[in-house]
Design a protein around this ligand. Structure first.
Ligand code: SAM
Length: 286
């Protein structure tokens, strides 16, 4: 764990993210420092990847962990899913209440490691880029145990999270509090709690982002450029760099969009984000 993450308070971080970036519906839940076009493209790939899974849950009771401002609650309901949202951040849930109007959903303000529901009531637990932000491994283990407790014996956990094929173990990003886990790490974590991985689908190879990822991983590694972007408004040379960076990443994302779309299934290992389905292997007695 790095210096940035040692004093990390998730509730404070997500409340602050909601307050600072809540005016932009995608930035607040995808990438606060990303441009509108890049976030829109990411949202598009996430939606087409999850749509078949949401359609398969018609009539089922689903809990979305880390529902944020409710992006997936309305989409799931459009597929006939009965969905409940849970989030640690009251500021995110306040935004959700307004954004979801006139629809109404049951929203629970709680930590994912303590789900205030009775055992075996859920058909599915869904999480979209929420578990990847949990840096405390014990908290994640408790959360998976809670999934096992609240799911019916034939239940499933559907995740859309970063799951790398290109690394071993885990890595915490410097710029944004994300734990990049390998697919193997996810598998191990869930298998330890009697779940088995039954399906993996790539989300987006993001070919255009690769050159910038390399630059960020090498040249800009120690510049704290990204973490500074999250802390406040940039000034002077940092602001200029941010404008250049945003322009380059937007152009590359747009140019690579058709290739990403066509090659999505053919280049699964290039997709950092994946949809993973875990099923209850053996129901425990609670
Ligand atoms: C990147 S946002 C994604 C929101 C939503 N899933 C979406 O895709 O639009 C991550 C969300 O997870 C929530 N979250 C983070 N840690 C959590 C925890 N320990 N318990 C519950 N929610 C948490 C945050 O408050 C935030 O709303």
């Amino acid at each position: 764990m790095t210096e940035i993450h040692r004093d990390f308070d998730p509730r404070e971080f997500w409340d602050l993210t909601a307050e600072r970036f809540g005016h932009d519906p995608l930035a607040v839940v995808i990438a606060p420092t990303g441009t509108k076009i890049v976030n829109r493209i990411r949202d598009f790939f996430q939606e087409i990847s999850l749509a078949p899974f949401l359609a398969s849950l018609q009539g089922k009771l689903v809990l979305e962990i880390g529902c944020g401002t409710g992006r997936w609650l309305t989409r799931a309901e459009d597929h006939g899913v009965k969905i409940i949202g849970l989030d640690l951040s009251s500021a995110m849930l306040s935004l959700a209440k307004v954004r979801l109007l006139p629809r109404k959903f049951m929203l629970i303000n709680a930590d994912l490691s303590h789900i205030p529901l009775r055992p075996r009531v859920l058909d599915c637990v869904l999480s979209v880029t929420a578990l990847q932000h949990v840096i405390d491994q014990n908290q994640l283990v408790s959360a998976i145990s809670e999934f096992g407790r609240t799911l019916r014996p034939d239940g499933a956990v559907i995740l859309l999270e970063s799951a790398s094929d290109q690394q071993k173990g885990e890595r915490v990003t410097e710029d944004y509090v994300t734990v990049i886990r390998s697919l193997e790490s996810w598998k191990r974590l869930f298998e330890e709690q009697e779940f088995s991985l039954t399906e993996v689908r790539p989300v987006n190879p993001s070919l255009g982002a690769k050159p910038l990822d390399i630059l960020r991983g090498s040249v800009l590694k120690h510049s704290r450029f990204y973490s500074n972007q999250l802390k406040g408004e940039l000034v002077g040379i940092r602001r200029l760099l941010k404008i250049l960076w945003d322009m380059t990443s937007s152009v590359l994302a747009v140019l690579s969009f058709p290739f990403d779309f066509l090659l999505r299934e053919k280049l699964p290992s290039l997709s950092l984000h994946k949809v993973m389905v875990f099923r209850v292997k053996q129901a425990k007695t609670w």
